[in-house]
Design a protein around this ligand. Structure first.
Ligand SMILES: [Zn+2]
Length: 107
């Protein structure tokens, strides 16, 4: 027996009950909610992952503008490595979010 959130009133209800004891909403709606939650988590994880990958590709394929002085170009590459750290972070978060979404049960 597990507790799920009622779609209508947001209170915890048992997944073995057919109706919410608080507001009377049928439990099938609560099932639909938990499934759409999982899809939402997967999409969120994928979007984070894709954003990180796009950021990394963008950093690796662009070049420092030629008019930059040596000093400026150094600062520029410092900024690029900061950005690529952020890109790896996004990819990591996306993968973790996807793993959690895949683990979460759909009942
Ligand atoms: Zn309810």
């Amino acid at each position: 027996m597990a507790l799920v959130e009622c779609k209508e009133c947001g209170k915890d209800i048992s997944d073995s009950s057919k109706f919410c004891p608080h507001c009377g909403a049928p439990y099938t709606q609560a099932i639909g909610l938990s499934q759409s939650n999982k899809v939402g988590k997967i999409i969120g994880g994928l979007l984070t992952l894709i954003a990180g990958i796009i950021l990394l590709i963008w950093i690796n394929f662009r070049e420092a503008p030629r008019y930059m002085s040596y000093e400026l170009a150094e600062k520029y590459s410092d900024k690029a490595s900061e950005l690529s750290m952020f890109g790896y972070l996004l990819v990591g978060i996306g993968i973790i979010a996807l793993m959690f979404a895949a683990k979460s049960k759909t009942k």
